[in-house]
Design a protein around this ligand. Structure first.
Ligand code: DX5
Ligand code: ZN
Length: 215
């Protein structure tokens, strides 16, 4: 059964309290929170004040996806805001090992995200230290985009790297996931499915989450 992580980005920002309540009552495991800075990605989303308030209303694991440059400047603040895991992008982290250790030392799970054009082989020397790898299956910055098919062989390659190295890292896939492609994504090795539009734009989001769980 995959871990299902609805992405806040597609929710109704005027009704965040209700959205939290809906998720609390649902079978969702994690709450995926996309932080964007308008520099690493061409969009700006939300930051610590929103996450801190959501924390008061949500019982779910907070999976924070940092699409920002110099993410290490803010690890303590995200921890204080209520993050349970922090995922940084490999493309903005020349000191990845240091960043991962820093996140873990604060008591959070640590992840690395790869853009569609970033190869899995770059993880070889860090995979044993990771709790999760996030494969971006769209270009980061926006919800509602189409799944990039090349993500499938990347997930397979990552699964093999994890098995070959004995890493405990989970595989998270993010972007363009729907009921149409979720089964294949899980079949090739994904442990965690992030879904924004397909859950929050559904007529019945709770039922949609159940369908993802049943994959
Ligand atoms: C995109 C974000 C995703 C986004 C996914 O940069 O990382 O988490 O919310 O949205 P959908 O599921 O609509 O593609
Ligand atoms: Zn994300």
């Amino acid at each position: 059964m995959p871990i299902v992580a609805p992405s806040l980005l597609a929710s109704d920002f005027l009704r965040l309290g209700d959205e939290c309540k809906m998720l609390n009552e649902s079978k969702a495991d994690w709450f995926h929170l996309d932080v964007m800075d308008g520099r690493f990605v061409p969009n700006i989303s939300y930051g610590m004040p929103i996450i801190k308030q959501l924390r008061q209303a949500s019982t779910k694991f907070f999976d924070v996806h940092l699409m920002i440059v110099e993410p290490e400047k803010y690890f303590e603040e995200f921890k204080d805001a209520g993050a349970n895991s922090l995922t940084v992008h490999l493309e903005v982290s020349p000191h990845l090992h240091r960043n991962i250790q820093h996140i873990k030392s604060l008591g959070m799970k640590a992840g690395v995200a790869l853009n569609p054009a970033t190869p899995v082989c770059l993880l070889k020397d860090i995979i044993s230290d990771l709790d999760l790898v996030l494969i971006m299956s769209v270009n980061p910055g926006f919800g509602g985009q189409s799944f990039i098919r090349h993500s499938i062989p990347k997930i397979k390659e990552l699964k093999k790297l994890i098995q070959d190295t004995g890493s405990v890292s989970k595989i998270e896939v993010d972007g363009g996931i729907s009921l149409e492609n979720a089964a294949e994504i899980v079949h090739v090795g994904a442990d965690i499915l992030v879904a924004g539009s397909s859950i929050f734009k559904a007529d019945d989001p709770k039922q949609m989450i159940e369908k993802f769980k049943a994959i």
